[in-house]
Design a protein around this ligand. Structure first.
Ligand code: NAD
Length: 260
């Protein structure tokens, strides 16, 4: 493993690749103003994600009321994609990147122009019915989904825990909470993307949340080179062909544009 603060190892890896895949985490969106778990002053310094497990959410209306208030605060601003999101979209447009697998729920890869995006943890842009009495870990509601704007409008009208307009069940952000199963088919789609790739670029992830962090491990164990771009060490650095220490918005654009 080579560790560097220059962009050359990423540009070299991209030059040798024709079907790369990106794996992104919250760190790719911090330069768009969305805090990761560690950002000082970020929402996670005031809310404990452990308070919003799926089991607690479906069991307790008070948890749901607090979760909606937290979401409202988290997504109060209109966030825009940054140069790292755009560099990956450019690489896909050029036919050199076959997709992005993201742990993020913010939709910024799609907003930047990426077309094939596997959202491992769902999307904060939509809400969904999880049923009247959902089994823990398995969202099996009536099938209703709506834009998150619908829930925020209900909150503005004083409805603190808006029920499903179709069946009266519990509504939840269409994201995967702690203790909740991934949505069906998502990990299979991500695995197929990794297995069909010849390079995995992991960007802005602490590589600690599983099963997501198993994907770079799968790549490495399959002989697919992994390049990690992160501003701090990760537990998987030893698996990487190269580690580039730096900000995603500074590292990705020059490396990508060097090969386009
Ligand atoms: P994480 O918060 O655990 O780790 C982010 C990593 O990125 C950290 O190691 C941090 O040092 C690094 N980082 C921060 N800014 C960076 C930058 N500009 N350039 C390079 N590195 C940077 O994030 P994770 O690994 O994605 O896991 C957190 C979980 O929280 C995920 O499951 C995700 O679903 C969720 N989450 C998502 C968002 C979002 O959608 N934007 C935001 C917060 C949390």
């Amino acid at each position: 493993m080579r560790e560097t603060t220059t962009h050359t190892p990423l540009a070299d890896a991209l030059a040798a690749s024709s079907r790369a895949v990106a794996f992104s985490g919250a760190g790719i969106s911090t330069e768009s103003g969305i805090p990761d778990f560690r950002s000082p002053g970020g929402v996670w310094t005031r809310y404990n994600p452990g308070d919003f497990t799926f089991a607690k959410y479906v069991a307790d209306p008070d948890v749901r009321r607090r979760a909606w208030r937290m979401r409202r605060e988290f997504w109060a601003s209109d966030h825009q994609p940054n140069s790292a999101h755009r560099a990956l979209a450019d690489l896909e447009q050029a036919g050199r990147l076959h997709g992005v697998i993201t742990q993020n729920i913010d939709g910024l890869h799609q907003a930047a122009g990426s077309r094939r995006v596997v959202e491992l943890h769902g999307t904060s842009r939509e809400v969904m019915c999880v049923g009247v009495a959902p089994r823990v870990g398995t969202p099996d509601g009536c099938g209703w989904r709506g834009p998150t704007r619908w829930a925020f409008e209900a909150l503005d009208m004083g409805v603190e825990d808006p029920p499903c307009p179709a069946c009266g069940g519990i509504v939840k952000s269409a994201t995967v909470s702690f203790g909740q199963n991934l949505f069906p088919g998502v990990i299979e789609e991500a695995t197929a993307l990794v297995e069909g790739s010849d390079l995995l670029i992991a960007v802005g992830s602490s590589l600690q949340v599983y099963p997501a962090a198993g994907l770079p491990e799968l790549a490495a164990s399959s002989g697919i080179p992994v390049v990690i771009v992160n501003d701090e060490p990760t537990p998987l650095d030893h698996l990487a062909r190269a580690v580039v220490r730096g900000r995603a918005g500074s590292v990705l654009p020059p490396a990508v544009h060097a090969v386009l």
